[in-house]
Ligand binder design. Structure first.
Ligand SMILES: NC(=O)c1ccc[n+]([C@@H]2O[C@H](COP(=O)([O-])OP(=O)(O)OC[C@H]3O[C@@H](n4cnc5c(N)ncnc54)[C@H](OP(=O)(O)O)[C@@H]3O)[C@@H](O)[C@H]2O)c1
Length: 340
């Protein structure tokens, strides 16, 4: 036995990572189907020693019924095709922004709110990459001391804007400084704008504000982000200053609290994106306790993995454990998730 799984957007920056993360995971795959547009239909991608042919995405294929479909082909594609798949009983894990703020659709970081997957079927939304690594670094502090305000500046890799953005950046490194993906030249530069502005706040900043509140289940947290694109290929970095409602006991306690987070690694020394590309953990360094209510962190994670593919595969794994295992195993899993 095993799962019938499909990846929509399989040839993209995230989709390729999804196939790699699935391959490395212990998810038992009985059939893997890969979908993209006509542009790359017929290409092949290796999975567990076999070449899998990329197919054109069609409504008919989405009606075939999969156990899981992982979508990473942009919001328009998700809006059109994900509901078709969900209607025939497929669990869709969607990386785009299409459904994240729909109240009845769970927005899941498994380590934090994975229990929402118990008994759920339909579309599950995967949060924005910058938000995932920030909430992973902060969720235990929120559990213990209640977060009140978060001031965050991001240093986001070019791969966060997809394959075309990587191509534009690499072309600029060879001397051709034309640009059409980013609003300015990105090589040798930084750009303090990601997405369009609405009421002076960029799309990426709105995502960090709204998604943080939804994942941490707290509308009272104020988030003040500045999102910035930097000339780094893979790995988003974040400078986070946060304030808590309750006083933090000590710096040691703060460090222990952050370190108790699942898939979170603390470093005494500095940590940089180059060192963590291809890794599945969220890395935290430069921990400072400014006063009893105010602390600072440097948070780094692979945006294509932690921020997208790994989170999606973790959702798949936990969803299958909670809903496909025998009831006794499911109850143990829920108890574990609730203890977190
Ligand atoms: N990059 C990140 O760090 C990141 C993180 C979190 C979430 N996301 C989200 O994940 C999604 C994909 O991002 P990406 O960075 O992987 O983008 P990308 O590199 O541009 O890849 C896009 C993928 O979607 C496919 N596609 C585009 N239009 C399609 C259509 N009409 N029908 C079928 N397939 C189509 C492309 O296929 P072709 O090869 O045929 O063009 C390609 O496989 C976006 O929604 C993005 O917001 C990205």
């Amino acid at each position: 036995m095993g799962f019938r799984i499909g990846v929509v957007g399989a040839t993209g920056a995230v989709g390729r990572n999804m196939v790699e993360v699935l391959e490395k995971s212990d998810v038992v795959v009985s059939e893997l189907r890969l979908f993209a547009s006509e542009r790359s239909a017929g290409q092949t991608i290796m999975f567990k020693g076999s070449e899998v042919r990329v197919e054109v995405l069609t409504e008919k294929a989405m009606r075939e019924g999969f156990d899981y479909l992982l979508f990473s082909a942009g919001a328009d594609v998700s809006r059109k095709y994900a509901p078709i798949a969900a209607d025939v009983g497929t669990t869709v894990i969607d990386n785009s922004s299409a459904f994240r703020m729909v109240p009845e659709i769970p927005l899941v970081v498994p380590e934090i709110n994975g229990k929402l997957l118990k008994g759920y079927s339909g579309i599950v939304a995967n949060p924005n990459c910058s938000t995932i690594q920030m909430v992973l670094a902060l969720y235990r502090v929120h559990d213990r001391y209640q977060l009140h305000e978060i001031f965050v500046s991001t240093y986001q890799a070019v791969s966060g804007a997809g394959h075309k953005a990587i191509v534009e950046y690499e072309r600029q490194l060879t001397g051709d400084m034309t640009h059409n993906v980013f609003p300015r030249q990105i090589a040798h530069n930084v750009i303090p704008l990601i997405g369009d502005l609405k009421n002076d706040i960029s799309q990426e900043e709105w995502k960090m504000i709204n998604e943080t509140r939804k994942i941490l289940n707290s509308q009272s947290i104020s988030v003040f982000p500045t999102t910035v694109r930097v000339p780094v290929r893979i790995g988003h970095s974040e400078s986070v200053i946060a304030r808590t409602l309750f006083p933090i006991m000590s710096k040691e306690d703060l460090i222990e609290t952050i370190a108790s987070g699942e898939d979170v690694v603390i470093h005494d020394d500095i940590i940089t994106p180059l060192e963590i590309a291809g890794d599945d953990d969220t890395h935290v360094s430069r921990i400072r306790l400014f006063d009893a209510h105010t602390f600072g962190l440097w948070v780094v994670a692979d945006n294509l993995r932690v921020g997208a593919a790994t989170n999606a595969v973790r959702i798949l794994k936990l969803h299958s454990q909670l809903n496909c295992a025998s009831s006794t195993e499911s109850e143990i899993e829920v108890a574990e998730v609730e203890r977190r």
